[in-house]
Design a protein around this ligand. Structure first.
Ligand SMILES: Cc1ncc(C[n+]2csc(CCOP(=O)(O)OP(=O)(O)O)c2C)c(N)n1
Length: 589
């Protein structure tokens, strides 16, 4: 056994659990932990400029690779409260991150000490565990339990709050023999999978709804294998996007009120059976439940028992890790290969809908129409690109028009949608996987929320391309104001006295990005977008810093959305010629 401070033991456990990076902001109450990180030397510290930024970096880091746990670190008081949005975004999307905060000494916790706040209580509803450790000897056990919890069942975040004196206390701990606990992941039984397959085979027009649980379980290959064995089309949810490549013949489109395809909704409404795996029937996917459920049977597979029946009662529910369930589904489907129902006609109908219901992307308008931006992104950025986005018309249009070809290549704060998430999350993604291109997508407001974090990318050489579609208009909020006259001093645009050429837009994002040590390019004409992206790639490779590509959009844009799956309002005519939607057509060849 070795004697060391509890802070040293905590850092040794992070290393043993596979943590390579910590994103944080120091302060007096967390200094012992920082000193322990320095002594250990195995964890790269990335100094954020805002603690919320650090928490989103940790989130992006986790989402990039199976098994990753992002860690964010902050001092007592406001650092922990700044992390709450990050914890919420992670919890909402079933993403494990570990937040570590400093705290006032144990004896002063109840004395309204400087920056002492009961962060464990504040964080309780957005974590799987939030605890202030009062006994130094419990520190190794609390960290071991935290990793076990984060990886078991439905993944999610944990917060560990460490009083100053607890961090400093010497304890017995043997890092050489420390071993992570085996995560608990429930698995479907054969009888359950056989019953679900029997139900599917009774239907004439079945679909698989593939949720983020499949990506969490690293089981996308199994999903594709199952879809091919059964010859059943797949609808990925927003969190499951990438589980089946967009150019796979069985990719039937996304369904929903916003980030959806018109053909996806039409195919869903023509189906009579849905096998949902690792999904949660999110309301922006389902729309009104009457229409969503009418005329079809549902089987729901989810790792968390209480998710079954939460949104609506399925015809049959199975509690299982998505990967474990898919393994068994594939096994049983293989055994039944010779007696599986022929869905060729149904698959063909779905493919036809895809061909005839594409939205138009090719517009030559100046100022640029957003659809064109996504077409150029599809054309310029390779299949291996990881896209990162959060919320806004930009994210919704990204969902409708971008093409994604692999799991963890669409990285999106889907449920919480906190403005500001995109930039720091993209830095976390770049830190976790420096070898794969990262392209972030923001509206101007999302970009402005935490834009100081760009300096972090310049300082720590975390290169990525940030596409900012600038309408200076809070597009999503305007489009969804639903008759509320909310326009009370709500304008992002102003006359910038330093950049008069931006009249009607406001913030000079190019100057800001350059001031933070990054490179930046501005585009105003559609024919210049592709060359700006190519230029950005070159700048990124040469300087190894984030590169902003700001595209000045038309101020007012409407992107298709609606209130029901059969009532999504289109604002442009659908593509009638191949050249109206060239990159989407290319996927169908
Ligand atoms: C922290 C936070 N506050 C408010 C919102 C509500 N909200 C959603 S989108 C949006 C406007 C987004 O504007 P922008 O980022 O410029 O994107 P656009 O919709 O114009 O593409 C707002 C205010 C939010 N999602 N998060």
């Amino acid at each position: 056994m070795a004697r060391m401070t509890a802070a040293d033991a905590a850092v040794a456990i992070l290393r043993a659990e596979g943590v390579t990076h910590a994103f944080g902001v120091p302060g007096a109450a967390i200094n012992p932990f920082y000193a322990a990180m320095r002594r250990d030397g195995a964890i790269d510290h990335v100094l954020a400029r805002h603690v919320e930024g650090a928490s989103h970096m940790a989130d992006g880091y986790t989402r990039t690779r199976a098994g990753n746990i992002g860690v964010c670190v902050g001092t007592s008081g406001p650092a922990g409260t700044d992390m709450i949005t990050g914890l919420y975004a992670a919890a909402a999307d079933s993403v494990p991150i570990l937040a570590i905060t400093g705290q006032a000494p144990v004896a002063r916790l109840h004395k309204e000490d400087f920056q002492a706040v009961d962060i464990a209580t504040i964080a309780a509803s957005v974590t799987k565990m939030a605890v202030t450790v009062l006994e130094a000897a419990q520190v190794p056990g609390v960290f071991q339990k935290a990793f076990h919890l984060m990886r078991s069942g439905r993944p999610g975040p944990v917060l560990i709050d460490l009083p100053f004196d607890v961090q400093m206390t010497e304890i017995e701990f043997d890092p050489d023999t420390y071993a992570p606990l085996e995560p608990h992941r429930p698995a479907a039984t054969r009888a359950q999978v056989e019953k679900a397959l029997d139900m599917l085979q009774e239907s004439a027009a079945p679909l698989i709804v593939a949720g983020g649980g499949i990506i969490n379980a690293d089981a996308s290959d199994l999903l594709v294998e199952l879809a091919e064995l059964l010859d059943v089309p797949v609808i990925p949810t927003l969190m499951g996007w990438g589980a089946i490549p967009d150019d796979h013949r069985l990719m039937a489109g996304m369904v929903g009120l916003q980030t959806s395809h018109q053909y996806g909704n039409a195919t869903f409404l023509a189906s009579d059976f849905v096998l949902g795996i690792g999904n949660r029937w999110a309301n922006r996917h389902t729309g009104g439940l009457d229409l969503y459920r009418r005329g079809r049977k549902f089987v729901h597979v989810d790792i968390e028992p209480t998710q079954i029946g939460r949104v609506f009662p399925p015809d049959y529910g199975i509690v299982s890790d998505a990967g474990a369930a898919l393994e068994l589904f594939v096994e049983v489907a293989r055994e039944r290969k010779d007696r599986l129902r022929d869905y060729g006609g149904w698959v063909e109908q779905c493919a036809k809908r895809k061909l005839s219901m594409l939205r138009r992307t090719h517009f030559d308008n100046v100022p640029v129409k957003p659809q064109r931006v996504y077409e150029e992104m599809n054309r310029t950025f390779g299949r291996d690109t990881r896209y990162v986005s959060t919320i806004g018309l930009s994210q919704i249009a990204g969902g409708q028009f971008l093409h994604v070809f692999g799991p963890r290549h669409w990285i999106n704060a889907g449920q919480a949608g906190p403005l500001g998430w995109t930039l720091p999350a993209a830095l976390g993604v770049a830190a976790a996987d420096p070898d794969t291109p990262v392209v972030a997508l923001s509206g101007d407001y999302d970009f402005q929320f935490l834009l100081e974090e760009m300096a972090v990318g310049a300082q720590f050489h975390l290169p990525y391309i940030h596409v900012v579609v600038n309408n200076s208009y809070l597009g999503l909020i305007r489009q969804s104001q639903r008759g509320f006259e909310m326009d009370y001093c709500v304008q992002l645009a102003f006359d910038n006295v330093n950049s008069p050429e931006l009249s009607g837009y406001g913030v000079d994002h190019v100057k800001v990005a350059e001031g933070l040590g990054c490179k930046a390019v501005r585009v105003e004409r559609p024919e210049d977008i592709a060359s700006a992206f190519e230029e950005a790639k070159k700048l990124m490779a040469e300087f190894r810093v984030p590169v902003l590509v700001e595209i000045i959009l038309e101020r007012v844009t409407n992107i298709a959305m609606g209130t029901e799956l059969d009532n999504v309002v289109e604002f442009e005519e659908l593509a009638t010629l191949d050249e109206h939607a060239p990159t989407a057509i290319a996927l169908l060849d």
